[in-house]
Ligand binder design. Sequence first.
Ligand SMILES: NC(=O)C1=CN([C@@H]2O[C@H](COP(=O)(O)OP(=O)(O)OC[C@H]3O[C@@H](n4cnc5c(N)ncnc54)[C@H](OP(=O)(O)O)[C@@H]3O)[C@@H](O)[C@H]2O)C=CC1
Ligand SMILES: CC(=O)C(C)=O
Length: 284
Amino acid sequence: MARLCVVIRLRTEDPGVDWTPASSLDLRIHSGTSVLIVVEMERSFAGRRALVTGAGKGIGRDTAKALFASGAQVVAVSRTQEDLVSLAQECPGIETLCVDLGDWEATERALSTIGPVDLLVNNAGVALLQPFLEVTKEACDRSFDVNFRSVVQVSQMVAQGLIARGAPGAIVNVSSQASQRAVKDHAIYCSTKGAMDMLTKVMALELGPHKIRVNTVNPTVVMTAMGRANWSDAQKAESMLSRIPLGKFAEVEDVVNAILFLLSDQSAMTTGSALPVDGGYLVG
Ligand SMILES: NC(=O)C1=CN([C@@H]2O[C@H](COP(=O)(O)OP(=O)(O)OC[C@H]3O[C@@H](n4cnc5c(N)ncnc54)[C@H](OP(=O)(O)O)[C@@H]3O)[C@@H](O)[C@H]2O)C=CC1
Ligand SMILES: CC(=O)C(C)=O
């Protein structure tokens, strides 16, 4: 028997859009032919407003661009103005906000007027590597201020807005495989990411009744500016690669796809989870 598979790709558009079909699909089915019609729903964030921290470079920049391309209104927050200028040139219409998220008062001032946000990606982070016995107060304070405290602060502001509007929302915290495995010279970094994973679970517990989902993505090494700074040495990289069953580091796109999945309605029943993007590193 001949089998015919028809894939119809639909975009979940704004309900206000006129669905009058531009063209019709004329199928002539011969007798004895079975037809499987697959309707693929593309992920669209039309009508949603997303805030991405650390959107100047790397994972955050590509996440902001992907959300923008998927129809979301995007607020890109980062520390270096020229990164935001170039991002706005690439994506005309993206909103930008330049602030050091490690500065609580400056962040409060900068984000107090951002308006409603439906989707939040807490991506900004620093990896200040020091052997445990050489950890400094400055590195400890900076790491926790950026990687952890700013996540608390920005999430509070966004969640309070959602609750006031009675609107559902989704938050993705960008953690790391390093939240669950010791990595040499990463005592403070691992601790900030471990704290982030636990924070994520408590946020999910308390915000769930408000229809706000909270999850982490937990990538392995990604060769962004941060990855290149710490993992360009071939021998050091090999020590990590040898512990990854898929035998490769993650690409930025792999992390972006995981983030968009956890922001989308396709993960409507997932909250409080930690989604590895690590090639199997954490199974070891
Ligand atoms: N790269 C990797 O191997 C991995 C990264 N991660 C995590 O992914 C996230 C993104 O990392 P990645 O894209 O690689 O990092 P990058 O260093 O390439 O980019 C980080 C971005 O965050 C911004 N940022 C950092 N600190 C602040 C701050 N205080 N206020 C505002 N913006 C800030 C940076 O701005 P600026 O450059 O101006 O400081 C930059 O735009 C981080 O949380 C990281 O821990 C997780 C696993 C692996
Ligand atoms: C940089 C990082 O998050 C690692 C080591 O996974």
